[in-house]
Write a protein that binds this ligand. Structure first.
Ligand code: GDP
Length: 456
């Protein structure tokens, strides 16, 4: 798939702004820009060096459209690897449209979504997972999701996968060579070394597969269920968390009227707080449905905040949650501590292990709670070796590659013939290659890049 045409698109968001950037890429990018652009100092932009900026006018049918800055990047030293021109014009939607149209009538084609990055990939400027990270980077809305995207864009785990894949490829060729000498019973591939390599590959794959759960959670927000009877202070606590951070709040209406989600960013980590209806015993059918839903939310939550009133103490629900979800991390929180005496506090502390005291109203203990929440994420691996898979396509390819590697391992233990082993190795190579883009299909590329915005 080699592109010969020159594409154009807005690189900045649609609408009015101080400045807008129009991007052109392709063999003829600089020649086409030359036709539409009149530099202030009469110079020929085709003869200018790469990575230079030029002031001048965009001229359409003899009329000045705008005063602009034109940046020139000559291939292969550009984002796409092709000749690239970026025009910084004034941000009026009218000017933007006029310039776009001018370039289209001068020989450019409107770019498809993600086509600039697709070209960068096809020209070897980045591998596939790096290209995908560009989309994640643009979409990142918190410190944590940004860090994951940046790390991946700079190579991330794809370098590691690439290296292991090359080693495996080496063995594959040795084993396939054995097939040519099948009469002679020779082994070119050292089975001990091969077995070691397979173990190394599976370890890496397993680690990456495990990181997906955390990665996904970071990308979409860590779900936290708040459970507590009416009036214990759940809304007050949410408000306290919101005020503390002055975060952007999105009220995502739950699928039902009894669950509401608030997204709050604490220390750059997104949390999704899910306010639930309690789980008190009931015969009422409607309430019973609400309770089932609460259980469902608890099931899906990474952490449960169990909130109770320090004056009207009722811990029956806490007991029930612990029984039903023995593996779940539940933080017991006693609210309205401002109303408690020292003795009452002391007594409660002895009754409930790891109890957190809070006054949502007086904002006492809120900062400590926040710290507890963020440390939970960090200890969960965020500050580990930092390799986190967030992309479900990578995840699926990793899982499939691991399956194939395990098949090879089992086959080797059973002493299967080289020809059968070679087939499984080829499969594993294929799935590993899918991640970095060493093997691609048009369908796969179409799928990935169509999710990009136009102009990227
Ligand atoms: P929810 O039904 O669990 O969401 O409870 P609310 O947040 O609506 O709070 C119920 C009542 O308890 C309100 O009148 C709050 O002002 C009060 N309240 C909440 N937190 C505290 C607290 O820490 N101390 C005191 N004294 N009152 C509180």
């Amino acid at each position: 798939m080699v592109y010969s045409d020159t594409i154009v698109a807005m690189a900045t968001a649609p609408g009015k702004g101080a400045i807008a950037v129009i991007r052109i890429s392709g063999t003829d990018a600089i020649d086409i820009a030359h036709k539409c652009f009149q530099p202030k100092k009469s110079k020929d932009i085709r003869k200018q060096k790469s990575h230079t900026i030029h002031l001048g006018h965009i001229i359409s049918e003899g009329r000045v459209l705008d005063e602009v800055l034109v940046s020139i990047f000559k291939g292969p030293n550009s984002y796409t690897g092709e000749n690239v021109v970026e025009i910084s014009c004034h941000g009026s939607p009218y000017i933007q449209q006029q310039i776009l149209q001018l370039f289209m009538s001068s020989g450019c084609r409107m770019a498809a979504p993600g086509e600039f990055t697709l070209r960068a990939f096809l020209n070897g400027k980045m591998d596939l997972s790096q290209a995908e990270a560009v989309a994640d980077l643009i979409a990142s809305d918190s410190k944590a999701s940004h860090e994951v995207a940046i790390q991946q864009m700079r190579g991330g785990f794809s370098h590691e996968i690439q290296k292991l894949r090359e080693e495996l490829l080496n063995f594959a060729s040795l084993i396939e060579l054995e097939l040519d000498f099948s009469q002679e019973d020779v082994e070119f591939a050292d089975r001990t070394q091969f077995s070691e390599l397979l173990t190394r590959i599976s370890d890496v794959l397993k680690r990456l597969i495990d990181s997906f759960a955390l990665g996904n959670v970071i990308k979409n927000g860590i779900p936290i269920a708040i459970v507590g009877k009416p009036n214990v202070g759940k809304s007050t606590l949410l408000n306290a968390l919101l005020n503390e951070e002055r975060a952007i709040v999105s009220n995502i209406p739950g699928t039902t009227r009894d669950t509401v989600e608030d997204q709050i960013t604490i220390e750059g980590i997104n949390f999704r707080f899910i306010d639930t209806a309690g789980i008190r015993e009931t015969r009422d059918e409607v309430e019973q449905i609400g309770i089932e839903r609460t259980f469902d939310k608890i099931e899906k939550a990474k952490l449960v905040l169990f909130l109770f009133d320090g004056i009207e103490i009722d811990l029956s629900e806490l007991k029930k949650i612990n029984e039903k979800f023995p593996e779940k991390e539940v933080l017991p929180i006693c609210n309205k501590v401002d109303l408690l005496t020292k003795d009452q506090k002391f007594e409660l502390q002895n009754r409930v292990t790891d109890l957190i005291f809070l006054s949502a109203k007086e904002k006492v203990g809120v900062a400590e709670l926040e710290q507890k929440l963020t440390s939970l994420v960090v200890s969960g691996g965020l500050d580990g070796d930092g390799t986190i898979v967030t992309n479900s396509r990578h995840y699926q390819a990793l899982v499939r590659a691991l399956e194939e590697i395990q098949k090879v391992k089992e086959g080797m233990d059973l002493g299967i013939s080289s020809d059968l082993m070679a087939i499984d190795i080829r499969q594993a190579l294929f799935h590993l290659g899918e991640i970095t883009g060493s093997v691609t299909t048009d369908d796969l590329l179409g799928n990935i890049f169509s999710n990009f915005c136009i102009g990227k």
